[in-house]
Design a protein around this ligand. Structure first.
Ligand code: ZN
Length: 352
C-alpha cells in the first residue's frame, strides 16, 4: 500500500489525475462553446460575428466580475440556432469530457436564452438529447441534463421556459439556477422549484462566491428551497451553522476552482476545496465554462486544483467518490461508477 502524504505532487500525479474515473455536474453547455466552433456555426448559419478571427475573439475574453463575463457569454450564444447546432455543441463537450475520463456528466443549459431568440425548445433539448445518445453509443460516456433558470430575468420568463420544457421532462433530470445573482435570491424562484419537484425533477442552485447576500442566498437554497446540491457555495465556510446543516443533509458542492477557488473567512483567505474537505463537506471539482476559462476541461482543472489546494491521491479519489455519490441516478448505476473508481484506486494502490 503506497503511503500518501499531504501536499504530494509532481511525478506521476498528472497521469494519476488524467486516468481517474470522474463525474462532472457543474458545466454549462453554452460555456463549452469554443471560439473555433462559434466561427464554424456562424459560417453555417450566416451570422455575423463582431470579431475578425478566433484569436481576436479570445482576446475579448477578459472578465472582471460575473456581469462582464455574462455579457460575452450570452453574446456568444447567438450562433446557436438549429437542432444540429445543439447536437454539435453537446457532442463536442462530451468528447472532451470523455478525453478527461469523465464517465458520467450532468450538464446545465439555459433555455431562456434560446427561447427568447426564437429557437424552439424542442430543437434545443432534441439536439442535446440526440448528442447524449450518440456520445454514449460511440464513447460509453453517460450523461443527463439540468435546466437552469436565469435568475436575472423575470420570474415569469423563467416560468414560461419551465412550462415549455415540461413536456420534455423525460429528457431532464433536474433544474438549477444561474446567471447574475445580485438582487436575485433563490426565493424569487420558489414556485418554479416547487413545480419542478412536483414533476419529479431534482433541485440544485448556484450560490456564486462573494456575492451580495451570499450567506442569505445559501440559507434560502438550503432551508427554503430544499436544494440537494449547491453550485459553488464557498461562502458557506463563513457560517458554522450552515456548514453543520449541509453536512447533516449530505449536500454536494459543485466547486469550480478556476473561478471560485478562494474566499475570505475571519479576515483570512481560504482555499475552498481544501477547507470543504477538511470540514467534511461533500466537495466536488468541476469546470464550469471551460471555453471561457482557458479551454481547461476537467483533467486540467483538477491538475491545477491539486497543486493549489495540496491534494493527496487519497483526497482526489475521495473527491471523485463524492461526485459519484451525488449522481442523480438509481443506486445500481451509482454502484457501477463507484466500482470503476474502486478498481482505479486498487490499481494505483491508494488507500481510501
Ligand atoms: Zn456555473
Amino acid at each position: 500500500m503506497a503511503a500518501v502524504s499531504k501536499g504530494e505532487g509532481g511525478g506521476d500525479m498528472a497521469q494519476f489525475i488524467a486516468a481517474m474515473p470522474k463525474a462532472e455536474y457543474h458545466v454549462h453547455l453554452e460555456g463549452t462553446l469554443e471560439a473555433e466552433m462559434k466561427f464554424a456555426l456562424a459560417r453555417r448559419n450566416e451570422v455575423k460575428l463582431p470579431y475578425a478571427d478566433v484569436a481576436a475573439m479570445k482576446r475579448s475574453y477578459v472578465f472582471h466580475d460575473l456581469p462582464t463575463f455574462l455579457k460575452v457569454y450570452y453574446e456568444g450564444m447567438n450562433v446557436l440556432l438549429r437542432e444540429q447546432d445543439f447536437y454539435d455543441l453537446c457532442y463536442a463537450y462530451l468528447a472532451k469530457a470523455h478525453a478527461s475520463n469523465v464517465i458520467y456528466a450532468e450538464m446545465f443549459f439555459d433555455p431562456q436564452q434560446h427561447i427568447d431568440r426564437g429557437v424552439p425548445i424542442a430543437d434545443v433539448i432534441g439536439g442535446i438529447t440526440r448528442a447524449r445518445a450518440a456520445a454514449q453509443a460511440d464513447m460509453g460516456i453517460e450523461s443527463q441534463l439540468i435546466l437552469c433558470f436565469m435568475r436575472d430575468l423575470t420570474a415569469s420568463n423563467a416560468m414560461n421556459a419551465l412550462d415549455a420544457a415540461l413536456p420534455y421532462k423525460e429528457q431532464l433530470v433536474g433544474v438549477g439556477l444561474d446567471s447574475d445573482e445580485k438582487d436575485n435570491p433563490p426565493s424569487k424562484f420558489a414556485a418554479h422549484f416547487a413545480k419542478a419537484r412536483d414533476a419529479g425533477l431534482r433541485i440544485t442552485a448556484h450560490c456564486d462566491v462573494n456575492q451580495k447576500d451570499s450567506l442569505e442566498h445559501i440559507r434560502q437554497a438550503l432551508i427554503d428551497i430544499g436544494v440537494e446540491r449547491i453550485d459553488h457555495g464557498g461562502n458557506i465556510l463563513q457560517s458554522p451553522e450552515l456548514v453543520a446543516l449541509a453536512r447533516q443533509r449530505n449536500i454536494a458542492f459543485t466547486v469550480c476552482p478556476s473561478f471560485s477557488g478562494k474566499i475570505v473567512v475571519d479576515g483570512k483567505p481560504v482555499d475552498v476545496v481544501r477547507a470543504m474537505l477538511d470540514q467534511g463537506l461533500k466537495v466536488t471539482i468541476n469546470s464550469d465554462d471551460p471555453a471561457y476559462m482557458g479551454s481547461k476541461y476537467l483533467t486540467e482543472v483538477i491538475i491545477d486544483t491539486q497543486a493549489r489546494s495540496g491534494l493527496t491521491k487519497a483526497e482526489l479519489v475521495r473527491i471523485s467518490r463524492n461526485a459519484f455519490d451525488a449522481a442523480w441516478v438509481a443506486p445500481d448505476r451509482r454502484d457501477r461508477f463507484q466500482a470503476k473508481l474502486d478498481a482505479f484506486a486498487r490499481k494505483w494502490a491508494v488507500a481510501t
